[in-house]
Design a binder for this molecule. Structure first.
Ligand SMILES: *[C@@H]1O[C@H](CO)[C@@H](O)[C@H](O)[C@H]1NC(C)=O
Ligand SMILES: *[C@@H]1O[C@H](CO)[C@@H](O)[C@H](O)[C@H]1NC(C)=O
Ligand SMILES: *[C@@H]1O[C@H](CO)[C@@H](O)[C@H](O)[C@H]1NC(C)=O
Length: 506
């Protein structure tokens, strides 16, 4: 403002020639004032066109031009500085951004999350991105560590970690991605490999387990199949190994293509709300129990390692049965009980003699056999009321009708395969894992989910706050918390809308 006024005063064309004398006086006065300002100015040394070169007085035009040049120069410097600043900001942000594989590099996960349907069209259907496997993946320990724990990303300590028990047979790079997505030094990862898996897959998992102290690989391998044979045994063997690891308060059972969709901090919070209750799907047993060949009471099952002090009635009465997803969450107390208080070998062997769906009764039956006393257990009361019990550990979308209702419009074995169209559902649902993502079908859903968790974990982004009310009001959680209270009444219908009744896909 001041310099603008000065321009007008110094502009000779604006003043009549007869007033030149007054102008000279005024100019001298201005010089005088400027001189004093310069003397008392703490920022002495800043260029002032009015005080330079006293021997060679300037014309008005020169002064004005000098001032203009000076201002132009400073503006140029300011704009350079501003550009540098923007670049620096971009750079620090760039460092923190989730590193993508090349084939998914062009996918803008943020736009899909923001429901940009036009954009979604360009990365789904025929433009769906499949994984391009790296045949020469560097399996040196430092290369594995660099992929799983990118430097500069610090994790806060957890009050309680998680133990992952996963049965695997294929897609090593996706398995390693799963470890990265849930990695925390306090978490433990146990893998049981299907004996039939290719040798390179075995070698790679061995390299990962040899490198990271909290990645455990079972030494004995069994052959698992789609009828569920040996699935329970593999999980049980993982639990036996995991119980020796400190630092976790829940174990979660998974299979190859189940993807955890909550960050390590979110999982810690969710399990805190479950408060020790196991999270297991409970639906009616489907007539698969072989009662002709086998007995199912604890004595016949050689279940309790020490039968002293256990009610005779409990020991000689057949346990109860239920059916549900193989995936589920068990409290540390439940795992400790399964491994140290009881021995489930006979129980597992008897089920392995069956013909189909033999793995779907394992944790369910202990969960509903309240008398056996597994910590965090539930009851069979809701089954008697013909109500299934909700669980949040796994989301899978059963689809018996048209595949058109699946986000990806693709169905396999009556379950929707997940595609990039499911990202919004993945981000919004309360479930801990989604089943199933197949890298050879759609890898961008895996990468966008990984980026989502990365953003939540390392960039502190909150896209969907956790629904505390959901977890804390689950039927099994309320039962666990209150069933020993004298006036407790079991309510089998939850007060909230179950995820399975929600809109799908979002
Ligand atoms: C993750 O954060 C980055 C940086 O803010 C953003 O560009 C990207 O869209 C986010 N992705 C998701 C899936 O939220
Ligand atoms: C594998 O990665 C390590 C560490 O990043 C590096 O030193 C080594 O040269 C790499 N090996 C190959 C064959 O690229
Ligand atoms: C079996 O349990 C009883 C009662 O709890 C206990 O007194 C006994 O020491 C236990 N026996 C063994 C071998 O642990």
């Amino acid at each position: 403002m001041r310099s603008k006024i000065r321009y007008q005063l110094l502009d000779p064309s604006a003043a009549p020639k007869t007033f030149k004398f007054i102008w000279i006086l005024l100019f001298l006065a201005v010089c005088f004032v400027a001189y004093y300002l310069w003397i008392f100015n703490p920022k002495k040394g800043i260029y002032d066109p009015l005080t330079t070169d006293k021997q060679n007085p300037m014309t008005y035009e020169q002064v004005v031009n000098d001032l203009r040049n000076e201002i132009d120069q400073r503006n140029a410097i300011i704009s350079e500085l501003q550009k540098d600043f923007v670049k620096m900001e971009l750079k620090t942000e760039f460092k923190a951004i989730y590193p993508r594989r090349p084939e998914t590099d062009h996918i803008d996960c943020g736009r899909i999350l923001a429901d940009d349907k036009v954009y979604l069209q360009t990365v789904s259907g025929k433009d769906r991105v499949k994984i391009v496997e790296n045949k020469n993946l560097n399996m040196s320990c430092s290369a594995i560590m660099n992929r799983i724990l990118p430097s500069g990303n610090d994790l806060k300590p957890l009050k309680n970690g998680v133990a992952f028990a996963r049965i695997v047979y294929t897609d090593y790079e996706m398995i390693e991605k799963q470890v990265q997505m849930s990695y925390h030094p306090q978490n433990s990862f146990c893998f049981a490999i299907d004996k039939k898996a290719p040798s390179q897959f075995h070698e790679r998992l061995r390299a990962m387990a040899a490198c990271l102290p909290n990645v455990l690989l079972l030494p004995d391998e069994e052959s698992v199949d789609s009828a569920g044979h040996n699935i329970n045994l593999a999980h049980y063997n993982c639990l036996r190994v995991l119980i020796n690891k400190p630092g976790w308060n829940y174990a979660i059972l998974l299979q190859n293509h189940d993807v955890i969709v909550k960050s390590v901090y979110e999982i810690e919070q969710i399990y805190d709300w479950l408060g020790g209750a196991n999270d297991i799907e409970i639906t009616p047993e489907a007539g698969r129990v072989d009662n002709k060949k086998f007995k199912w009471d604890p004595v016949s099952l050689k279940m309790f390692r020490n039968e002293t002090g256990i009610d005779k009635n409990v020991l000689t009465t057949s346990m109860k049965f239920a059916k549900g997803a193989v995936q589920g969450s068990l409290s540390r107390g439940a795992v400790d009980w399964m491994v140290r208080t009881v021995d489930l070998s006979t129980y597992i062997n008897q089920w392995n003699e069956g013909s189909s769906g033999v793995d779907e009764q394992f944790i369910q039956s202990f969960q509903v056999s309240a008398d056996l006393g597994m910590p965090g257990h539930f009851t069979d009361e809701c089954l008697k009321q013909k109500r299934n019990t909700d669980f949040v550990s796994r989301m899978s979308q059963w689809m018996y009708g048209s595949a058109h209702k699946c986000g990806s419009k693709t169905v396999r074995h009556a379950i929707c395969l997940l595609g990039i169209e499911d990202l919004r559902t993945v981000a919004a649902y309360p479930n801990l894992m989604f089943n199933k993502m197949i890298p050879a079908f759609d890898y961008s859903i895996v990468e966008c989910t990984a980026e989502l968790l990365y953003n939540r974990t390392f960039l502190g982004q909150v896209d969907h706050p956790l629904e505390e009310n959901y977890y804390a009001q689950m039927v099994n959680v309320l039962y666990h918390k209150n069933h020993l209270e004298p006036n407790y009444k079991l309510e089998c219908k939850p007060s909230y809308t179950r995820w399975a009744e929600r809109e799908y896909p979002l």
